[in-house]
Design a protein around this ligand. Structure first.
Ligand code: AMP
Length: 413
């Protein structure tokens, strides 16, 4: 029979990786929770129109990467390629603008993009996402950046570089794009074929080019950050001042182009030196026009998304330590109920407890105790004995209660 496999670009996450991933999400929940971000969950699929309007018709995501299907009534649905549009839809649908602002939320889960799979790039991947809706206060931009840096730090993803820029308003950006296009036309002969082809549609892409001639042209190109309105420039200056005050290093990068249309003002991206071509660990920015674009009241917003698979790749495969474990083994098979009860009691006392459940020899059981990293093994034979796995000392207990006390005595602090 043909062997069945997971679809291309998807991952099975087996233990211990699944535990490490869960741990990262727990870290994010802890860090964000302390800053007032509450968990939110939105559906994994939405009306296709949400992403067409929210992410932007001209983006790669909408043009090439969405998993879109029809339901039985002929409605077009799409597996979510990103989180912000869904969170904004929920904000509007549930009248969350009536709540005290800003509304701060975070979520984590699967996202889907039909991209060419490679290391760090999958068709189903996991993002942690945080959003603050209903205020354009620059402390939110800075707070979100610092919280993401703290999550990376605690997840052990290693050194990363923060690129930061401001895109201004859509009007500023439209004027700037015209200016850039005009400039590029004056030096068209020096540009790569690909950039020339895209000149009409998206001249910003020229900043991403590898082509040496194009790079030389771009080095002298006008910069969007020099064209910001005074309000936007002030907002950006305040975000930078807050990051400076917090000692958060960043690189101003006026060439930062993000793949979603909805950004205004602040944009940022963290890149890891430990990742290859897919270096982006996470990024985001402000989207002050998005909620209105989706049919809600004018509402500013700012947020980010970080890729859990990439965070794990960057962190390497050092597993977070398991909780102290007790292993329960036996030489006398007829002690099953006592073993079962002791396991229950030890778990109730907060221990992680594994017991022999595969019929191994006593020697095999002790090997298994080592494998699971047990600090103590309780052996049920003619008597009950507690073995300190660190020192090898073994003591006899009169009953279950004394055994529990002995486990306590050898518990690592
Ligand atoms: P984006 O919304 O494109 O800025 O994505 C935010 C983060 O999600 C990126 O920085 C990556 O860490 C992660 N990410 C995006 N696309 C993929 C993908 N196809 N596979 C794995 N991770 C991804």
């Amino acid at each position: 029979m043909k062997k069945l496999q997971a679809p291309r670009g998807t991952l099975d996450v087996l233990p211990p990786d699944a535990r490490r991933r869960l741990r990262i999400v727990e870290i994010a929940g802890d860090v964000l929770g302390r800053a007032g971000y509450e968990p939110i969950e939105t559906p994994v699929f939405e009306d296709t129109e949400l992403f067409v309007r929210g992410v932007g018709e001209s983006t790669d995501i909408v043009q090439k990467e969405m998993f879109t299907f029809e339901d039985k009534a002929g409605r077009s649905l799409t597996l979510r390629p990103e989180a912000t549009a869904g969170v904004c839809r929920a904000y509007i649908e549930h009248g969350m603008h009536k709540l005290p602002q800003p509304v701060k939320v975070w979520t984590a889960g699967p996202f889907f993009r039909h991209e060419a799979p490679q290391a760090g790039r999958y068709r189903q991947f996991t993002q942690i996402d945080a959003e603050a809706l209903g205020s354009d206060d620059p402390t939110l931009d800075a707070e979100l950046i610092l919280l993401l840096a703290e999550i990376f730090e605690r997840a052990g993803t290693g050194p990363s570089r923060l690129r930061l820029s401001s895109l201004g308003t859509p009007a500023t950006r439209a004027d700037y794009i015209d200016e850039l296009r005009t400039y590029l036309r004056t030096r068209e002969a020096e540009l790569s074929g690909e950039v020339r082809e895209r000149l009409e549609q998206n001249p910003l892409r020229a900043f991403d080019a590898d082509h040496a001639g194009t790079q030389a042209v771009m080095a002298e190109a006008p910069r969007l950050t020099d064209r910001l309105s005074s309000e936007d420039a002030e907002h950006f200056a305040e975000v930078r001042a807050l990051l400076d005050a917090a000692g958060m290093p960043y690189e101003l990068d006026p060439t930062l182009v993000r793949g979603l249309d909805y950004y205004t003002r602040t944009v940022f991206e963290f890149e890891s030196e430990r990742l290859g071509a897919q270096a982006a660990l996470g990024g985001g920015g402000r989207y002050d026009g998005l909620i209105e674009e989706l049919g809600g009241p004018p509402t500013p917003g700012v947020g980010w998304a970080a890729g859990v698979e990439r965070m794990l790749l960057a962190a390497g495969d050092e597993s977070p330590a398991r909780a102290p474990t007790v292993f329960i083994s036996y030489a006398a098979p007829d002690t099953g109920r006592d073993r079962f009860l002791l396991a229950r009691e030890l778990r109730g006392a907060g221990y992680r407890v594994e017991m022999e459940q595969a019929g191994r020899s006593l020697k095999g059981q002790l090997k298994q105790a080592d494998r699971v990293g047990a600090f103590a093994t309780v052996i049920f034979g003619d008597s009950i004995e507690v073995k300190d796995m660190e020192t090898g000392d073994q003591r006899e207990a009169a009953d279950l209660e004394e055994a529990l006390g002995m486990v306590r005595d050898v518990t690592p602090s």
